[in-house]
Design a protein around this ligand. Sequence first.
Ligand code: ZN
Length: 221
Amino acid sequence: MRTLRLIAAVMSVCVACLFTGGVLLGEDKPPEADSASPKDAASWTTDPVSQMVFFAVLEGLYSDGVTNDIIDFIIPQKPATKKPDYTASFIYTCPLCEPTLEAMRVYGARPVFLGFRPPAPNTFGPGVDEHTREQLASPARGEREEALQRLLEKWVRRRMDTMRLTDAERAEWQGKFEAGRKAGLERLKEFQEKGSFGGTYTEWKRCAACDGIVAACGGGR
Ligand SMILES: [Zn+2]
């Protein structure tokens, strides 16, 4: 009898854990994700190409000393809910957009460095130039896309340069990035056809983040 009671107690704890886990997972999803397919557990986080993008973007943000108001232009608040609009600049489940978005979220929440008198620094570089800031703040989608593409191209190119790749290796990376962009654009088409995420993707003609990452492999700039 005592054993039975113990088993019942353990089981009720497990059920509670499962429930809590489910609720937490639910909160982690973008609010409208129900209208799209959910991510696999092993989505971009286990993909070396996505990880490369994540670190390139994170490093770029720190090296350039990007300020959080710039992140806010790229991931603005939704006017109605005041929650971050992750679909403003990125395609949900795109293998290149997701790591870019996550690097920006991580960077946006960075702590200050220890041991300094206020205001303590929390990054390194001087921030983005005025032209880039104006473009990202622009109401015109084309302007914002151009600036985002340019930033990503610079950051991914910078990281690739440190890898000292041969021409063949660089071409291989380009092929992987192109495959990532293709997968992202397929998702975009699907969302556009279904009107997912409240139709936020209707006006998208391309993915600026993906285009910047693919362009980073080209020579000469
Ligand atoms: Zn993308």
